[in-house]
Design a protein around this ligand. Structure first.
Ligand SMILES: *Cc1c(COP(=O)(O)O)cnc(C)c1O
Length: 395
């Protein structure tokens, strides 16, 4: 049988390559950080989700090692059979404390948290109202649930209101949105979302993967930014971005919701427990963020510095509200050439183009980190300017 499938796969792969959409992976030969080694050469990294610079932080590495010594390497079990240690509960409590929620449930990834949140709570009598730019894992989670689906254009509150009106027949309604959208770096208008939710009697769920650790006066996410504590029923998030970057996800929110997820959420019930070293380092990450706001302050300083210098240089930057800065180039080919020339200059950035972003909206996405020093930012900005002039993007 494989012969026929192989032929089919080869044809598909060729189509992907012909369309210029084949993804090659660059090999990093160092820990994740502001400075990484690629093909024996040191380059500055501006495309990791390492917002708070914790991916190779000595305190997290130490905590992971110490936890491995005390609690071992793996759990070899799902949570409800014999996969729950004291530290899993401790991390869940730390996350609840961080988001000011009642309870938290851990998953192997936020992909699983989103995959397992809808189906246990809602059925064909209910409605899920989803932003059109929501993450793939939310889309997949919605697909696994029988609720009626509604979709509104990114952050479009008029369309959301229309969806809410259309969904009044359903028993329960939930509005679902990313906190920060990863391609433009814009924040969901949560204040208005919560107002509409109140007006039309709907629940609110926010995926904080790109927003937690980043937005809000001390980086605690969308509810800190908009003052919507108590109005958001469910948050999902990842330990794979700002909070250390290893892996692991969570759903946090109202007590009964979390309680039912522990009983019914399939990626929780049928997938392995998060490994002790990751849990130990996760606890340490939240401890660090409670002790001091230094990393978040530095991240915000870096974002402002980079954005201002790039605008001053004449670049077209999407109005960012996060640590994501989209440098607009509009042309797919140009974004690829630009990114590879940046790498020659020792700056690792990624070009995004259709279908990841709309046609004619090609860009280079820059992600700032607390691990960046001003000297790193200057080198990145200078490379942008040099190549911008070379390619005729800047006059
Ligand atoms: C990265 C991301 C995820 C997936 O997180 P993992 O923990 O890596 O599975 C989910 N949702 C959003 C919005 C993300 O940006």
């Amino acid at each position: 049988m494989y012969g026929k499938l192989k032929e089919h796969l080869c044809q598909t792969l060729t189509e992907i390559k012909d369309a210029g959409l084949y993804k090659e992976e660059r090999l990093i030969e160092s820990p994740q950080g502001a400075v990484i080694t690629v093909k024996g050469k040191e380059v500055l990294n501006f495309c990791a989700n390492n917002y708070l610079g914790l991916s190779d932080h000595p305190r997290l590495i130490e905590a992971a090692k110490a936890t491995m010594d005390k609690r071992g390497y793996g759990m070899s079990s799902v949570r409800f059979i014999c996969g729950t240690q004291d530290i899993h509960k401790e991390l869940e409590a730390a996350i609840s404390d961080y988001f000011k929620t009642e309870d938290t449930i851990l998953y192997a990834a936020c992909f699983d948290a989103n995959g397992g949140v809808f189906e246990p709570l809602l059925d064909e009598k209910d409605a899920i109202i989803s932003d059109s730019l929501n993450h793939a894992s939310i889309i997949d989670g919605v697909r696994l649930c029988k609720a009626k689906r509604y979709r509104y254009a990114n952050a479009d509150m008029q369309e959301l209101e229309k969806c809410l009106q259309d969904a009044q027949e359903q028993r329960f309604r939930i509005i679902v949105t990313d906190g920060v959208f990863s391609m433009d770096g814009n924040v969901a208008p949560l204040e208005e979302i919560c107002k509409l939710a109140e007006k039309y009697n709907a629940l609110v769920m926010v995926d904080e993967s790109h927003s937690a650790g980043v937005v809000g006066p001390t980086g605690h996410g969308v509810s800190e930014l908009f003052g919507t504590y108590g109005k958001v029923d469910i948050y999902t998030g990842t330990l794979g971005k700002a909070f250390g970057g290893a892996m692991g996800g969570f759903t946090t929110g109202r007590k009964e919701i979390i309680d039912l997820l522990r009983q019914r959420s399939r990626p929780y019930l049928f997938s392995n427990s998060v490994a002790p070293p990751v849990v130990g380092a996760g606890i340490e990450a939240f401890r660090m963020l409670k002790e001091s706001n230094e990393l978040h302050d530095k991240l915000m300083k870096n974002v402002a510095y980079f954005r201002d210098k790039m605008l001053e240089a004449g670049f077209d930057i999407k109005p960012t509200q996060s640590a994501i800065c989209a440098v607009m180039l509009y042309d797919a080919k140009l974004s690829q050439v630009y990114a590879s020339k940046m790498l020659e200059e020792g700056i690792y950035v990624t070009g995004f183009y259709y279908p990841v972003v709309p046609k004619d909206q090609a860009r280079i996405r820059v992600q700032l980190s607390a691990a960046h020093e001003q000297e790193h930012l200057d080198r990145c900005i200078n490379a942008f300017i040099k190549i911008g002039k070379e390619l005729g993007v800047l006059k």
